[in-house]
Design a protein around this ligand. Structure first.
Ligand SMILES: NC(=O)c1ccc[n+]([C@@H]2O[C@H](COP(=O)([O-])OP(=O)(O)OC[C@H]3O[C@@H](n4cnc5c(N)ncnc54)[C@H](OP(=O)(O)O)[C@@H]3O)[C@@H](O)[C@H]2O)c1
Length: 227
């Protein structure tokens, strides 16, 4: 069976992908910060799946989560670095230094840390795909989201440069998921988020697309079809 790692699987896009991967007969290792949601996922989707509380911005949490993954499954086939936050709508000068540090820690250092822990085992095996969730706001900018844009532009560079390091032995791909009605979108778009597809519709398109990614896609800036 194939193994997918999904960070940030307690809500939104991460949560919506779980049943789609299970339908495709994949085993899942997922994480998020919300303990109650993680306990519910463990109850709903017991072993062989693995769900663990992990804040991707804390090195010791990532160490513990990735050790559990490698011990239980060995190197994963697909890693979806999906967990992220967005700043409240405001110009940069109204975002505190602490809020700015927090978004950098989660959105950039989180995926970097997951890659640092998992890529060596994946490279040793010589296959696998690492998808780092970017955004339309990782490729063009907008007012009121400068700190989020900074992190998603960073994800594009981090992914493309790491792809040059792996040389395609493991594909590393910056992925724009599209625009989807989730908690995150509602925090920036307000009520108009309801005009966009919901996470279940999106997962129906996204999961088959993720499953067919491979070495040929290494370093490509990609967007989920229909996104
Ligand atoms: N929705 C869109 O239209 C859209 C557009 C472009 C890009 N994206 C990107 O797509 C990804 C998913 O977005 P979404 O809309 O599903 O967001 P969401 O609804 O806010 O869900 C975010 C998920 O990430 C988890 N998370 C947040 N901080 C975390 C941390 N420090 N450690 C571990 N997990 C953490 C949250 O769970 P806990 O609270 O339990 O930790 C939650 O499960 C993000 O990378 C986002 O930037 C989304």
């Amino acid at each position: 069976m194939k193994i997918v790692v999904i960070t940030g699987c307690t809500r939104g896009l991460g949560r919506a992908m779980i049943p789609r991967f299970i339908d495709a007969e994949w085993q899942i290792a997922g994480c998020g910060r919300n303990e109650a949601q993680i306990a519910e996922l463990c109850r709903q989707f017991p072993s062989p799946h693995l769900f663990q509380t992990c804040d991707v911005s804390y090195e010791k949490d990532v160490t513990s989560f990735c050790t559990a993954i490698l011990d239980k499954f060995g190197p994963p086939d697909l890693v979806l670095n999906n967990a992220a936050i967005i700043n409240p709508n405001a110009p940069l000068w109204e975002i505190s230094a602490e809020e700015f540090s927090r978004i950098i820690d989660i959105n950039i250092k989180g995926p970097a840390s997951m890659m640092r822990h998992l890529l060596p085992a994946m490279l040793k095996r010589g296959s696998g795909v690492m998808v780092n969730f970017s955004s339309g706001w990782g490729r063009c900018t907008a007012a009121d989201v400068a700190s989020y844009c900074a992190t998603k532009y960073a994800i594009e560079g981090l992914s493309m440069a790491t792809a040059q390091d792996t040389g395609g032995k493991v594909a590393v791909i910056p992925m724009n998921p599209g625009i989807i009605d989730t908690d995150m979108l509602r925090s920036t778009f307000g009520g108009s988020a309801g005009g966009f597809p919901d996470a279940d519709d999106w997962a129906q398109r996204a999961v088959p697309f993720f499953i067919q990614l491979g070495s040929k896609d290494n370093g490509q800036q990609m967007t989920v079809p229909g996104g």
